[in-house]
Design a protein around this ligand. Structure first.
Ligand SMILES: [Zn+2]
Length: 254
């Protein structure tokens, strides 16, 4: 039997299996994204001091199996890890669920994901102590996309590199280019584009550089910028995230 390993981890999704087991997918600091089976999870409060459900932040102990996808989860404990309490706040649950789902969609099992774990942990920590708003959502999206290799460009034109200033003319977000082009270059770009106020582009450029815990208080982009990010995410995932509609309804009017 392989040796036991342990790592901090955040539960992305979980479901009951058979009579007393639980199948859980987690984003971990040291072992990438993992799916595992926790035998007897529903009965053993000793080994599973922390409930294995979405948002749980646990010290995960597990053993790899010689074959198959699922690891054996032997123990999950609170250790001294921060717990991200979202209370019963529907808005926080909506944004938190979206963070989990987006992190899940952009990671693959068994590949290194320590920085993605840190982004998610920081996002949930900020969410637990702030009220929700579009700025935190946008900052999280930009940060996790950048980790996945999709650094979106809002600070300057993708073609001529002209810097976007708050008093510039509107710019145009081109999904296939992962960034904006300026009004002058727009005609030379054949793809469809989403028109964005310069103010929105400036807000997104800033949100992509500041720490997530500062983002909750920063200025958000308007709906134009939010739409650009949403279109980009749909284009790379080829589907819409289940939690996105709920989150959109919670953020409506904020
Ligand atoms: Zn340009």
């Amino acid at each position: 039997m392989p040796a036991e390993e342990s790592t901090p981890a955040i539960v992305l999704r979980a479901r009951d299996y058979a009579d007393s087991d639980r199948i859980v997918t987690l984003l971990t600091l040291n072992a990438g994204k993992l799916s595992g089976i926790a035998k007897g999870a529903k009965a053993s409060r000793h080994r599973f001091e922390r409930k294995l459900e979405p948002f749980s932040h646990v010290m995960l102990h597990f053993k790899r199996r010689p074959h198959g996808q699922l690891v054996f989860i032997t123990k999950a404990e609170a250790s001294d890890l921060a717990q991200h309490t979202l209370d019963d706040d529907l808005g926080k649950i909506a944004l938190g669920s979206y963070m989990l789902e987006l992190s899940d969609a952009l990671t693959t099992e068994e590949s290194e994901a320590a920085a993605a774990y840190r982004i998610l942990e920081s996002g949930l920590r900020t969410l637990a102590r702030c009220s929700i708003g579009p700025a935190l959502r946008q900052a999280f999206e930009l940060r996790i996309l950048e980790w996945a290799g999709y650094g979106l460009e809002f600070a300057q034109c993708r073609v001529c590199a002209t810097i976007v200033a708050a008093d510039s003319r509107p710019v145009y977000f081109v999904v296939a280019r992962g960034g904006v082009v300026c009004a002058r270059c727009r005609n030379a770009v054949p793809e469809g584009a989403i028109r964005i106020a310069a103010e929105s582009a400036v807000a997104l450029a800033r949100l992509s550089t500041i720490a997530l815990d500062e983002a909750a208080l920063a200025r958000a982009s308007g709906r134009d910028g939010a739409l650009a990010i949403a279109r980009f995410i749909s284009s790379i995932l080829d589907r819409r995230l289940r939690s996105a509609d709920f989150l959109d309804s919670m953020l409506d009017g904020r």
